[in-house]
Ligand binder design. Structure first.
Ligand code: NDP
Length: 447
């Protein structure tokens, strides 16, 4: 089996040698899915995984815009249309200086499996730009978003490809992107998700990824007769996913000890309660400040510059910032401090070595493609509401989100339960995601 996996990865490496994040994501899937393919004749010998790692289309384009000083700026825009076997391409846009082909291909590849897991008819895609929104004025953000959409619009559409937000792309950016799309196409359609409530958005979409991650963790904890009540929880990041993960943890009776951003983390021994979280939401979403400013209001807390929070003793860890933010040494620290559950809110925040440590210790570990799928699932619900020209209530959307997270959890149990009862959620999510897409690809022939 090892030889088969190696032979496959050698081909992928040969073609994508300069793309470490993409190779990391493919390797994780190959190690769990190839043994399944070998055992199932309908998939074996059809190069089905080799077809899945090749994007159906990868678009790269120039984005020129003028900054507030009148200088012409040039950025690079991308859209990776990875797989449309089960529905139109769907996946976020990321604006961050680190964005490149490798990062977007890894995200698009993960998205294919994640979208399949949601049970909704969505293919996988991802896009973005190396544009850095930090320190830019609202007018600069608007000009960049308009310039970006003035090319992207010809490649997307409500039945073709429906982008959403990701790192650096929140409701403000979605508004500017939607405005330019509508002007260029002269149509009001659900081409983007994450829209404002008064112009086609869905209730609960902003909360969905963070809430969904906690619902998933709750399901995992239930398998051990545990819950969030009274548990100490580390959250990393302080953006969209982290904020709403923290909010849901508080609602379920947990104690949030940390939040972070790219400059470091804050540790509040007394817990970040609802009032403190509201302060952080204003700080991050309105003032666009740094997490260290928390100490100006709550001086009893600690700020650790340039560090991640994984050394703080906790019961549960929710990495919600970015890829590869939790490494092998961090995983060992979490285990030795008694952590029983890690549920990824971000995409691929744990390195391969960290995941191996979690599996060896047999703690509950959920990969992002399962545990953070609530965001795209609710985007799918936004698309449905747009098509129906109808809005569900907050409670209706939240209940559907809970149901979807529970169904994803069941799929993971189906394909990931070991003989000794331990659940390998990585294997479970990969195989469950694979089966639906592979079946659709086989039915549609070699295209
Ligand atoms: P935001 O832009 O709202 O927040 C990102 C947070 O992560 C910020 O606190 C940011 O800090 C921090 N961060 C970014 N890069 C780094 C880094 N290199 N080191 C440390 N911290 C960093 O993004 P989201 O909350 O939307 O996304 C977070 C993660 O969740 C990403 O992996 C994303 O792909 C994933 N995700 C998001 C979904 C969504 O619906 N939004 C859906 C599914 C997954 P700073 O402000 O300093 O940059």
């Amino acid at each position: 089996m090892k030889n088969k996996i190696k032979a496959f990865l050698d081909i992928v490496k040969q073609r994508n040698g300069e793309e470490p994040e993409f190779l990391q994501a493919v390797e994780e899937v190959a190690e769990t899915v190839i043994p399944y393919i070998v055992e199932h004749d309908i998939y074996y010998g059809k190069n089905i995984l080799l077809r899945m790692v090749e994007p159906e289309r990868a678009i790269m384009f120039r984005v020129c815009w003028v900054d507030d000083d009148g200088e012409i700026q040039v950025n690079r825009g991308y859209r990776i249309q990875m797989n449309s076997a089960i529905g139109p391409y769907k996946g976020g846009l990321r604006f961050h200086p680190t964005v490149n082909m490798s990062i977007l291909k890894f995200l698009a590849f993960e998205q294919v499996f994640k979208n399949s897991l949601t049970t909704l008819p969505m293919g996988g895609g991802k896009g973005g730009s190396d544009f850095d929104p930090k320190g830019k004025s609202d007018n600069e953000i608007m000009r960049f978003c308009h310039a970006f959409m003035s090319e992207l619009f010809r490649h997307i559409g409500s039945n073709t490809d429906i982008p959403a937000g990701d790192i650096g792309v929140g409701s403000r950016e979605i508004g500017f992107l939607f405005g330019m799309y509508k002007k260029l196409r002269n149509e009001f359609t659900g081409v983007l998700t994450g829209k404002g409530i008064s112009w086609g958005g869905s209730l609960i979409r902003p909360e969905a990824t963070g809430y969904g991650n906690v619902y998933f963790a709750q399901k995992m904890l239930e398998t051990k007769n545990e819950s969030f009540k009274g548990k100490t929880v580390l959250v990393s990041g302080s953006g969209n996913v982290a904020q709403y993960a923290a909010e849901k943890v508080l609602q379920l009776g947990g104690k949030v000890l940390t939040l972070s951003d790219s400059s470091g983390y804050i540790y509040d021994e007394d817990g970040i309660d609802a009032e403190k979280l509201a302060f952080i939401m204003t700080l991050k979403n309105v003032k666009r400040g740094r997490i260290s400013e928390y100490l100006e209001r709550y001086p009893e807390a600690i700020f650790e510059k340039g560090k991640t929070p994984w050394g703080v003793k906790c019961d549960i860890a929710l990495p919600c910032a970015t890829q590869n933010e939790l490494n092998e040494a961090d995983a060992k620290l979490l285990i030795s401090n008694g952590c029983i559950c890690v549920s990824e809110g971000a995409n691929m925040p744990s390195t391969k070595e960290a995941i191996a440590i979690f599996h060896k210790a047999k703690i509950l570990f959920a990969p992002g493609k399962a545990s953070n799928a609530g965001g795209v699932a609710t985007s799918g619900l936004e698309m449905t509401q747009n098509s129906l020209r109808f809005n569900w209530t907050r409670e209706e959307v939240d209940n559907k989100l809970k149901e979807i997270m529970s169904d994803i959890h069941k799929s993971c149990l189906k394909y990931g339960t070991d003989k000794d009862g331990y659940v390998d959620y990585v294997r479970g999510a990969n195989i469950a995601g694979f089966v639906k897409v592979a079946d659709a690809m086989l039915a549609q022939g070699i295209v």
